[in-house]
Design a protein around this ligand. Structure first.
Ligand code: FES
Ligand code: FES
Length: 166
């Protein structure tokens, strides 16, 4: 069963009960995506599938035939960081780093959701357009937990990327 991961062709032919998270980590060697709770509660396993962020622990690999998956390995490289990665470094948006791949994948998709006019629980105007205020960023990133408590720095990093893009 073919799917694309970070622009490369992959084939899934394993146990149909395999989660996308386990397929990425165990079969594809893409261990940047982290397993925190394995129950859809922490966001450490967030990846982007066809442009939308999902918890890869809550979906089966077999459900993604033909899909395009982006993991943290599909962002920048050590010598050429993605702007979100560079901003996380600059603003100390992590301590242990375990949540960081999920935070960055989530932030990228979250910015795109806002651009598309998707309202959040704290949006004043459900019809948009959306301005990603600090409250909006915090609400929209609330599915990604950080046990190190780097939240304020994560918000600062995302805000800087948004500002630079204006
Ligand atoms: Fe998937 Fe926690 S490992 S949400
Ligand atoms: Fe440690 Fe977020 S940096 S859990």
């Amino acid at each position: 069963m073919p799917l694309t991961i970070n622009g490369s062709d992959h084939d899934f032919a394993g146990d149909p009960r395999t989660t996308l998270l386990d397929f990425l980590r165990d079969d594809c060697g893409l261990t940047g995506t982290k397993k925190g709770c394995d129950h859809g509660q922490c966001g450490a396993c967030t990846v982007i599938v066809n442009g939308q962020r999902i918890n890869s622990c809550l979906t089966l690999a077999a459900m993604h035939e033909g899909d395009s998956v982006t993991t943290i390995e599909g962002f920048g490289t050590p010598g050429s960081l993605h702007p979100l990665q560079a901003a996380f470094v600059k603003h100390d948006g992590f301590q242990c780093g375990y949540c960081t791949p999920g935070q960055i994948c989530s932030a990228k998709a979250m910015i795109d959701e806002a651009k598309a006019g998707w309202a959040s629980f704290v949006s004043d105007d459900l019809a948009g357009p959306v301005t990603l205020t600090s409250d909006e960023i915090r609400e929209r990133m609330s599915g990604n937990l950080c046990r190190c408590g780097a939240y304020s720095n994560i918000v600062d990093a995302i805000a800087e990327v948004l500002e630079a893009a204006r």
